[in-house]
Design a protein around this ligand. Sequence first.
Ligand code: AKG
Length: 256
Amino acid sequence: MFHLGQTGAVVHGPLTDEERYTFDVRGYVVRRNVLSEGELRRLQIEVDALRLPPAGTSIQSQRFDRIVDAGGLMRDLIDDPAILDVIRELCGAQVRLDHAYGIVMAPGTSGLTLHGGGTPFDPSQYYLVKQGHIRTGLMVVQWALVDHPVGGGGFCCVPGSHTGNFPLPAGIGLDHELVTEVPMMAGDLVVFCEALTHGTLPWAGAHERRSLLYKYAPGPVSWGREPPCRPETIAEMTDQQRRLCQKPSVANHEAV
Ligand SMILES: O=C(O)CCC(=O)C(=O)O
């Protein structure tokens, strides 16, 4: 498995200097061509197998969870080599999977208003640089299962807002000039921190939007109320996946 950097060069594993710089400046970074055609086909089959009700206009109808319990590649993405070093760098060696879900959007449906943001300081979703290391609270790896073309909608953000010093004013909505769409092709992924102000632009794609979101946190931090999967699922996991799904703690928290 390989991915292409912002300049098109093939890169593996940890953030490159260029990616780290980009993430620090913008609050997100895109990795291209991470999933192969075969993997994309497998993931589409796995999503089809969930027999989701048709996506409508409500946010609830555009979300599906239990993607880790479902198994298969949807589970194995939690510690995919394309992102493992990245989540370790951003959340620390005791990084944990906090929660995971998928997004489906029907053509013409609208998404989610702007949310997140680094101000006021939120101890569960933050962005800090200390002694030369980036540290984030809750952060996201979103895998695009279909093309998200320019003008197609989907993930958007206010680049740089993860280090902003003022709260988002009420007058800045999805249609504001500061809001940037983040186009992706099927097989790309975007890494972003929840301290970044972000949201979902109405979906203008001709096809259904499908993406999978895996949200990670530092070892002692829990954003969600529930564990990321059922206890029975843990028994089926590799040791590394099990370590990723530990309960939030400082004491006895094994490194991933
Ligand atoms: O549509 C997107 O990719 C953003 C989703 C999002 O911000 C959320 O689910 O909280």
